[in-house]
Design a protein around this ligand. Structure first.
Ligand code: GDP
Ligand code: IMO
Ligand code: MG
Length: 418
């Protein structure tokens, strides 16, 4: 059974927790896009793991975790992630972690360009400042540096020299900032290359012979941060939708059986950009506080709002979702009424199709009964309050797609099969 898992909103839907759960019966877990802008959390008893680059399957024994060609890798961050896991007693070795030769490398100038651009442009995106966008820009402009290039000192030196000539010129002219030193970057990245070399390989070649294994593709970010289908320009710089899983991994020979969409029981967003159901009131604060809605990567507070079914329906179509996992249902416990957006209004008219610009719409809500009891300790679907089951049934009916798991707490076992 091969599965792709993606986020259906603006990221932070709880993908890390669900990957950790679903990968029990998988052999290979593959990240196919994004970089260390991602923060995927898994909580096991009193330990909290936040993964930025390594697939969240690394905590389970006898799994192979893959960082695919579609990912952009900050080698310093990756090495730190490996070291932290090892220190915590988690096995990470070239046996269970593989890095694609073709993944692009985030360089110091990418991080600086990301933050300078954010500082200087009139319309801010609110990026994670990790250099993600500029690295993908260089990949498309054909001046990027790949993991394969990092391994070869001659190629690396040449590419670095070419890049610094261009980047230093731009930085000096446009931003009057200090310029980068070839020697110090070369030295730092040679060390990175030595540490990472045993993990780097040709993923396609390696897994073609193992194509009968069970694969799980771990998406990062969320559908509406997709560079094509998201709320452009307030998006990330990679394709976050399920169709990118094949391209971002080089594993097109793997036949996909299911595409799982993870959705939070309400909506959150970090950074700038339109958000029709955003709440600026007490309920928004309630979600923010109770849901501990702070970015797992940057620590920024997440904007919060009601569940948006118009958005989710679009995400189900864009990703060809076959099953939904609904997370953080427990955060809705105790609310008197729950609002759920079922249609948008634009210029006083109800919209029939998905709008180009989400900033020009207002949400129209249906109001549902809340529930008073705690869902956190519940482990069977029947035990969920009737109002919670009605909420889930409403989501399924509207989306024409089954919710097959409901998550009711951050702990590993706080998950209910429907
Ligand atoms: P990801 O980026 O999609 O993996 O999500 P994040 O890890 O950035 O954010 C999700 C947060 O919600 C993390 O702190 C998780 O530990 C937590 N979480 C996941 N599922 C649940 C749940 O069902 N209930 C509660 N209360 N917290 C959850
Ligand atoms: P996970 O995988 C939530 C957002 C940033 C910003 C926009 C562009 O944990 O769900 P970037 O640094 O990618 O150029 O920033 O995308 N963003 C995320 N928001 N979860 C994420 O990842 C995100 N990765 C990027 O906040 O608005
Ligand atoms: Mg996250």
């Amino acid at each position: 059974m091969n599965t792709i898992l993606v986020g259906l909103q603006w990221g932070d839907e709880g993908k890390g927790k669900i990957i950790d759960f679903l990968c029990r019966d998988k052999d290979v877990i593959v990240r196919f896009q994004g970089g260390n802008n991602a923060g995927h959390t898994v909580v096991i008893n009193d330990r909290k793991f936040i993964f930025h680059l390594i697939p969240s399957g690394i905590l389970r024994k006898n799994k192979i975790c893959v960082i695919g060609n579609g990912v952009v890798i900050d080698p310093g961050v990756l090495i730190e992630e490996i070291e932290t896991l090892k220190k915590g007693g988690i096995e990470v070795s070239p046996k269970n972690l593989k890095i694609s030769l073709f993944a692009h490398v985030i360089m110091p100038y990418h991080r600086i360009m990301d933050s300078l651009r954010e500082k200087n442009r009139a319309q801010k995106i609110g990026t994670t400042m990790r250099g993600i966008g500029p690295c993908y820009v260089d990949k498309a402009s054909r001046c990027g540096i790949r993991m394969a290039d990092l391994l070869d000192v001659n190629i690396f030196s040449k590419r670095l020299k070419d890049n610094l000539e261009e980047k230093n010129l731009i930085l000096k002219k446009a931003y009057e900032t200090d310029i980068f030193s070839f020697d110090s970057i070369l030295k730092e990245y040679r060390e990175f290359a030595k540490t990472l070399a045993p993990y780097i390989c040709d993923i396609t070649d390696l897994f073609y012979a193992k194509k009968d294994k069970n694969f799980l593709f771990e998406g990062a970010q969320g559908t509406f941060l997709d560079v094509d289908f998201g709320t452009y320009p307030f998006v990330t710089s990679s394709a976050t939708v399920s169709s990118n899983a094949m391209l971002g991994s080089g594993l097109s020979f793997v036949k996909i059986n299911e595409i799982v969409g993870v959705a939070k029981a309400y909506t959150t967003r970090v950074g700038e950009g339109p958000f029709p159901t955003e709440l600026a009131d007490n309920v928004g604060n309630y979600f923010q506080k109770k849901g501990k809605e702070f970015g797992a990567t940057t620590g920024r507070p997440r904007r919060c709002g009601w569940l948006d079914l118009v958005l989710l329906r679009r995400a189900v179509i864009l990703n060809n979702i076959t099953k939904i996992v609904l997370t953080k249902l427990d955060i809705l416990d105790g609310l008197d009424k729950i609002k759920i957006c079922t249609v948008y209004k634009q210029n006083g008219k109800l919209l029939k199709s998905f709008p180009l610009d989400l900033s020009s719409v207002t949400p129209v809500y249906e109001i549902m009964e809340g529930w008073k009891t705690k869902t956190e300790g519940i482990r069977t679907y029947r035990q969920l309050p009737i109002e919670a089951r009605k909420y889930i049934a409403k989501i399924e009916k509207f989306l024409g797609c089954e919710v097959n798991y409901v998550s009711v707490g951050e702990m590993r076992d706080a998950i209910i099969k429907k």
